[in-house]
Design a protein around this ligand. Sequence first.
Ligand code: OAD
Length: 234
Amino acid sequence: MKKIVFITGAGISAESGITTFRDSDGLWEHYRVEDVASIEGYWRNPELVIGFYNDRRRQLGSVKPNRAHLLVAELEKMYDVTVVTQNVDNLHEQAGSSNIIHLHGELMKATSTDNPNDPDCIVTLPSTDSVINYGDKAKDGSQLRPFIVWFGEAVPMIEPAAEEVAKADIVVIVGTSLNVYPAAGLVNYASRNADIYLIDPAPHNVPQNMGVHVIAKKATEGMEELCNLLNNKE
Ligand code: OAD
């Protein structure tokens, strides 16, 4: 079985109704990244940051995976598929993908402020009562915090992600502005023989000199086109 690695970003969830970060009217036009998505912001005002992610989690409760997430999952019938996502939503899981690496954490999980990457401290929040309150404690007694990788923090999943990309026959980038490192550099781990596709209606920062096949469409239409292209190649 050939191996496909998807590298996904906020754009794949846009058609489900989750706003992206850097498009016009994106989240970063309404909030300051350094306030709500940085470790310094969390130290300054943990309640604000915890509340911001409670809102994101509430929004996630009202959306569903779209056709693009579903097609990524369906490709498992013909390919060995790994999804490397920068998204903290769980729409790839809901769509049925089996192998998912979350680079920037997961909204439906919480962890310890003192030891955020200690597996013993990471808990999955119940889907019915998924609010984190200021004052809730993690297993080690420190404040429970969202399991999100903030700016200024290490990205522990980047190495396993790079290993997957290096083994891929096909790499497909979907809906990311490729602005945020180290995620944006992952494609550089691809083998010289790999076929590389990029699906985005407004492609940014297209990797150069790698023969990237750009599909300048929204994720749902772009994924349909990708599946047709792959079928015709088989
Ligand atoms: P961005 O908001 O930076 O980029 C979203 C991309 O999706 C853009 O390239 C859009 O053109 C594209 N897009 C918009 N609508 C789309 C659609 N319907 N189908 C496909 N693509 C579409 O989001 P990311 O690149 O994911 O990190 O952002 C990376 C990281 O920056 C996030 O994980 C988050 C953020 O700060 C943290 O918070 C740590």
